[in-house]
Design a protein around this ligand. Structure first.
Ligand code: AMP
Ligand code: ZN
Length: 435
């Protein structure tokens, strides 16, 4: 039988044993965390000792850690070891003030690479694959994170980095790339460049798997990507504060993402009360690192909204799955009294074949109240400047959006390629109402 697991014992560990392992690891993590300036004070303030940790539920005795805590203690406040032992840092893309920086020792990098290798293996990727990483390298974790993970798996790796679509296509074709990683918002543009050059990725590449993540995207977007490239697209969840990619990943069944619970303790809490939500309900994901030495992070409030899927997965892995990320609590905007997540808009737009992959939501404040404009690029095959035809389609989209978000936004269909592009994660909302 084909070897299905990268680490069979760990990946199929019965839940009871997995919880026992989590408690053991948690005690070690807490003892280490106590060595840092930040957590030694946190623990002293509540009179907590690592040996007090007896069951997984004891996690609730500990306070949460937030991005603001990481920023305020930048750069070394959470470090548990000598600076001499650090071999790398990464940080989030803070545009103002200090970013949240993460420090890794040798063990942490090995453990991270192993989790990315485990994730890729779970999708069916193997050492014989040729892996092209179309993610930005540098401080962004999607570059080096996938690089070392794919090398650990044994793939031939192509560190193509982000952008330069013509070169991506040439590399893909010359080296016979079979799997690739990218932010989902880039893949529509890459596909357009294939077509402009008279190529069809379904016929003219050997792609079998795409790993897509680092930004929210809908199931409709995944389906589009699969159709455009004629291969499977697997959802990949990660965040810098938790290493980067390799926190959660879909297995070969593409049935939402397994969180690697031997290395991450998972909680879902109500973002208002911070109490756990009943299993299966949507709330904010809170994660504790269980295998990080240089800089453990305890009860980190990710701001990502999701739910736990309690049913075991067909694949036999015992790590629980989380549902596709619904959005970040800080991505949500309120307009005309309605709470809107950009992904709700995306889901409606991506169901409409005439609409291409890029869209932008602009919020303005006017004397008559706040306005929301949804601009969406038209698909080149459906491009028209026939105004009545465009207007009918705009009205249809506005009606469908109203059913979803409970008021009617302005909708404007724009020519293909006309909206601003970014090299990394897509910017979907421009809120001009803020200061
Ligand atoms: P970064 O630290 O820059 O990698 O950003 C991490 C954030 O990206 C997460 O907290 C999520 O909000 C988002 N993210 C990462 N992966 C996914 C995914 N597969 N689906 C939705 N959002 C994601
Ligand atoms: Zn599975």
């Amino acid at each position: 039988m084909e070897n299905t697991f990268w680490q069979p014992e760990i990946e199929t560990l019965p839940r009871k044993e997995l919880e026992k392992l989590q408690v053991e690891k948690m005690r070690k993590v807490l003892a280490r965390a106590q060595q840092s300036a930040f957590y030694s004070k946190v623990f002293a303030d509540i009179g907590f000792k690592p040996e007090d940790f007896k069951t997984v539920d004891d996690i609730r005795r500990l306070p949460f850690t937030t991005k603001d805590n990481l920023r305020a203690n930048y750069p070394f406040g959470l470090l548990t070891c000598s600076k001499d032992d650090i071999v790398r840092m990464h940080c989030t893309s803070g545009t103002t003030g200090n970013p949240a920086a993460v420090l890794y020792n040798r063990h942490d990098l090995d453990s991270w690479a192993n989790l990315v290798a485990r994730s890729m293996f779970a999708t069916g990727a193997r050492a014989s694959d040729i892996f092209q990483n179309m993610s930005g390298y540098g401080l962004f974790t999607g570059g080096l994170g996938f690089q070392y993970g794919a090398e650990k798996l044994g793939c031939m790796t192509i560190p193509a980095a982000a952008g330069n679509s013509k070169r991506q296509i040439k590399l893909m074709r010359d080296f016979g790339t079979t799997c690739a990683h990218s932010v989902p918002s880039y893949l529509g543009r890459l596909h357009a460049v294939f077509l402009e050059n008279g190529l069809d990725p379904k016929k003219d590449t050997q792609l079998k798997r795409l790993f897509i993540g680092a930004e929210p995207h809908s199931e409709e977007t995944r389906q589009r990507i699969q159709e455009m490239f004629g291969c499977k697209a697997f959802n990949s969840f990660g965040m810098t504060e938790m290493n980067g990619p390799g926190v959660g990943f879909e297995c070969q069944y593409q049935a939402e993402m397994h969180i690697w619970e031997d290395c991450y303790l998972l909680e879902i809490v109500d973002p208002e009360t911070l109490e756990p939500v009943p299993e299966g309900e949507i709330g904010e994901m809170v994660i504790t690192t269980l295998d990080r030495q240089a800089m453990p992070v305890i009860r980190y409030r990710t701001r990502d909204l999701t739910r736990i899927i309690a049913e075991p997965c067909k694949c036999g892995r015992t790590a629980r799955r989380i549902d596709r990320i619904k959005g970040r609590s800080d991505d949500m905007f309120i307009i005309k009294g309605c709470n809107v997540f950009p992904i709700q808009v995306e889901r409606i737009l991506m169901k409409i074949p005439n609409v291409a992959n890029d869209y932008l939501i602009t919020l303005n404040s006017t004397p008559e109240g706040d306005t929301m404009l949804v601009e969406a690029e038209l698909h080149p095959d459906f491009f028209t400047d026939d105004y009545p035809q465009l207007r009918t389609l705009q009205q249809k989209i506005a009606r469908e959006l109203c059913d979803e978000i409970l008021f009617t936004p302005q909708v404007k269909l724009v020519p293909p390629g006309s909206l601003p592009k970014t090299e990394g994660k897509a910017v979907r909302v421009k809120d001009n109402r803020k200061g």
